[in-house]
Design a protein around this ligand. Structure first.
Ligand code: CTP
Ligand code: CA
Length: 226
């Protein structure tokens, strides 16, 4: 079994993982974010550390304590997450991007609290950097794993993200199905790889999903070294 090896499976491997949501500031009291709990990314970090890996977890704001043996780097915005991932990327063997990065941020951040007026308010947004895509462009022999959170057309969107972001594997989940997605302790995912194979895993704990993802990522890493 995965854990019952004499030599820990991921010993000597450097893993870089991102988790949680990002927070995009509007003014000192308000921000934009999403429903990510961070549970999936923290489960991967925890399992990887147990398997002997050297794990760095770049985390958005979540309510989970640091897993034992994991180096946690706390960030808030997509821009901060981008900076921390880029500087650590060259050194990593396996990179797993579970984070639910905000796609847009307010175009202007106000120094003072925005006061209400009669009538409606407009908020101008601009795109954040796509971190996974930026890493895909810089990729040498790192194994790059991305996630895809979808509500429909999972197959088409997951394959599109694999291609567009130059990832080696995309872990797709339909966030609207029962037992999957935000805040739950279980997940239902499908793994899409560059060789065109697709593996649909049944409902299982995020801990077991983490084990499956790490096993696949390690295979890809070993293929890379052949
Ligand atoms: N991602 C990222 N940087 C962003 C947006 C997404 O690194 N600015 C990464 C996520 O961490 C995830 C993958 O890209 O690993 C897919 O994220 P997802 O939100 O599902 O896809 P998007 O490409 O953002 O497209 P959309 O939200 O429109 O479906
Ligand atoms: Ca997105």
């Amino acid at each position: 079994h995965f854990f019952n090896q004499k030599e820990p499976l991921l010993k000597g491997k450097k893993l870089l993982i991102s988790a949680g949501p990002t927070r995009e500031k509007i003014d000192p009291v308000r921000y934009l974010t999403n429903h990510s709990s961070g549970k999936m990314g923290y489960a991967i970090a925890e399992v990887a550390a147990k398997l002997g890996a050297d794990v760095t977890l770049v985390s958005g704001p979540v309510h989970i304590s640091s897993p034992r043996g994991v180096k946690v780097v706390n960030v808030e915005s997509a821009e901060e997450m981008y900076e921390e991932m880029i500087v650590r990327f060259a050194d990593a063997h396996i990179v797993i991007k579970t984070a639910a990065v905000a796609d847009y941020r307010p175009k202007y951040t106000f120094e003072q609290k925005v006061k209400k007026n009669d009538g409606d308010q407009q908020l101008e947004l601009e795109r954040t950097k796509d971190i996974l895509m930026a890493l895909g462009k810089r990729k040498k022999n790192q194994v790059l794993v991305g996630f895809a959170a979808e509500t429909n057309n999972v197959d088409v969107y997951a394959k599109g993200k694999l291609e567009k972001k130059n990832a080696d594997m995309i872990v797709a989940n339909d966030v609207t199905s029962a037992g999957a997605g935000f805040g739950t302790d279980t997940n239902i995912v499908t793994l899409y790889k560059r060789d065109g194979t697709k593996t649909a895993l049944p409902l299982m704990s995020k801990h077991d999903v983490a084990e499956n993802i790490l096993k696949e990522a390690l295979h890809l890493h070993e293929d890379e070294r052949k």
